[in-house]
Design a protein around this ligand. Structure first.
Ligand code: C2E
Ligand code: CA
Ligand code: CA
Length: 546
């Protein structure tokens, strides 16, 4: 290590390089996003199970109503055939016809002939049939028959009673099984069903199994529920299955998906980090670059337009990567400010400036070094101590230092800014308003802030096309600064005409590509030794020589 060089990985900086909160947040968000698939697995499988099982249950209740509808239709057909082929009711032919229908319709249980008051004349098996009526009589749309529910001795489940009027006095009813597939127990999901009801659309129950509260909606959130209407007959079926019960059947899927999601999350994380590194996402690298000493000062000469000699320089930061690539400040400066890294970055820069320029500053007492600050420096206040810690007792005296604050961003806390500027003035450093004319503040306000120098922005200098053609905006800026006794430096001077025009308006100091771009130290020192005024020449106007 060179003598006097500040060791960035050593003594001064580590305490200051607290990890920036912003990059921690970015990393945290990426990590969270990467593991979102893992967290979402349960939710996704829940949704999948819910959709799949709801469809399955709907298919089941649809099958039940379809089955009932078929049974009723076949019952109607049987009843119609018996009536069509029996010249008189309750005669032998009637019983024969019933018996032959029994062969073809396994759901038919009984046929009863009775009068409108319910007094039975006969039944298919000869004797009177004992049954209880469990519902009202509902019409079957598009049919002359009606439908009701009855319970008959000796048969466990209620039957459907299909009734046809016969003449004015009599009715003939066929009793059929309500939902034969349920008797066969071959309904899918039946073993898991917590609630099942088959009922007339009026609500009269034909069959009820399980917890009735599910059908009433009381505990439905925990259940998958489905309902189906027969459509052609006034009958419906509904069912509920416990979600947790069916969900437990999917646990192998849980394991498989979780493993896949972990893999995917890890992959996203790795790809994101790789992408961030490849794309040079500043957030991931700036802190490391500062600590590794990759942030380097470049120096742009400031020239006396009258003598053509060097009066000082502006320090402009560059990110010089290990592979030699040079990144301009526009890429990272906003992030540095936002993340709070601007403060340690400026400190690191000042350390290097001290080391780089101590000799020239000792040799040329009028040499001025201009360093850019951030708006945050004027809120934070620690810049005053940082200036002292770097330059106190160094070969660069306070009166050789200028600190620039840009007018592009307003100073939010003017009181704090005033306190910081007062403390800086007490040290003997001076303050320049950078990019003057581009921001919001007027020059009178600059005076109250104690601004010593304004730097006329290059957008105004660009307006000068001809050394003899007046540019009123530039003239107004210059005359206001002179009225307020503020020094002027013109920025972005690229042509001879601009230099001549400015000189004719008594603007003495300028920087720009006409003279030199920002240079790395070695090139700057070569140029400086060529353009340096001799020790007897004073280069400065009375104001800047302060
Ligand atoms: P700035 O402070 O206004 O610096 C002048 C910019 O104009 C520099 O751009 C410089 O390279 C460029 N420039 C100089 N002469 C000419 C010219 O004749 N024509 C044109 N077109 N441009 C010229 P750079 O170095 O890219 O810096 C851009 C900005 O980044 C600076 O604008 C300043 O606001 C900021 N910056 C650079 N270094 C630092 C730093 O160390 N601290 C802070 N706070 N800001 C910095
Ligand atoms: Ca500047
Ligand atoms: Ca500027």
């Amino acid at each position: 290590m060179l003598p006097g060089r500040v060791e960035f990985e050593g003594s001064i900086l580590p305490g200051i390089f607290l990890r920036s909160r912003f990059s921690q947040i970015v990393l945290l968000v990426v990590a969270l996003l990467a593991f979102l698939p893992v967290v979402a697995v349960d939710h996704v499988i829940d949704g999948y199970v819910m959709a799949r099982e709801t469809t399955a249950l709907q298919t089941t209740v649809d099958a039940i109503t379809h089955d009932s509808q078929l049974t009723v239709h076949e019952g109607i057909q049987s009843l119609r055939r018996i009536l069509a082929n029996s010249p008189s009711l309750c005669a032998a032919t009637f019983v024969d016809n019933f018996n032959s229908e029994l062969q073809s319709n396994p759901f038919l249980r009984q046929v009863i002939v009775q009068n409108s008051d319910g007094v039975q004349y006969c039944s298919a098996f000869g004797h009177a049939v004992q049954y209880r009526v469990l519902s009202e009589n509902l019409t079957i749309p598009g049919h002359t028959e009606t439908l009701s529910v009855v319970a008959i001795d000796g048969i466990e489940t209620p039957l459907l009673k299909i009734t046809q009027a016969f003449g004015r006095e009599r009715t003939v009813s066929a009793l059929v099984l309500a939902s034969p597939m349920l008797m066969r127990n071959d309904v899918p999901l039946l073993g898991q069903i917590s609630y099942l009801q088959v009922a007339l659309t009026s609500g009269s129950s034909i069959l009820l199994r399980g917890d009735e509260r599910i059908g009433q909606g009381a505990v439905r959130d925990d259940y998958i529920f489905a309902r189906s209407f027969a459509g052609e007959i006034p009958l419906k079926a509904e069912a509920g299955v416990s979600f947790s019960q069916v969900r437990s059947g999917y646990s192998p899927l849980d394991i498989g998906f979780t493993v896949a999601a972990c893999f995917m999350g890890g992959l996203i994380l790795v790809l994101a980090i790789q992408y961030a590194r490849k794309a040079d996402i500043v957030a991931f690298d700036l802190e490391r670059a500062i600590i590794a000493g990759e942030m380097k000062p470049y120096y742009q000469p400031v020239i006396n337009l009258r003598t053509g000699k060097l009066i000082g320089c502006e320090v402009l930061i560059r990110w010089v990567k290990k592979n030699g690539e040079v990144i301009p400040p526009g890429v990272f400066i906003d992030y540095a400010e936002m993340s709070g890294l601007a403060i340690p970055m400026t400190l690191s820069l000042m350390e290097q400036v001290r080391y780089d320029l101590e000799d020239i500053c000792r040799e040329v007492p009028d040499f001025k070094v201009s360093i850019n600050l951030f708006e945050g420096h004027f809120r934070d206040g620690s810049i005053v101590e940082d200036i002292q810690s770097v330059f106190e007792g160094s070969g660069i005296s306070y009166r050789q230092l200028v600190f620039e604050i840009t007018e592009r961003r307003p100073l939010d806390d003017r009181n704090a800014a005033n306190r910081v500027m007062t403390a800086m003035h007490k040290l003997g450093v001076r303050i320049a308003m950078d990019d003057a004319g581009t921001g919001h503040s007027n020059l009178a306000y600059l005076q109250t802030l104690g601004i010593d120098i304004i730097k006329i922005d290059k957008i105004f200098v660009e307006m000068i096309r001809d050394a003899n053609q007046p540019v009123p905006v530039v003239d107004a800026l210059i005359s206001m600064a002179k009225d307020l006794d503020i020094d002027i430096i013109a920025e972005g001077v690229e042509t001879q005409e601009q230099a001549l025009y400015l000189r004719s308006k008594n603007v003495v100091f300028a920087q720009g590509y006409l003279f030199a771009p920002p240079l790395k130290l070695s090139s700057f020192l070569v140029l400086a030794s060529a353009l340096r005024p001799s020790s007897r020449e004073s280069n400065l106007e009375p104001g800047l020589a302060a």
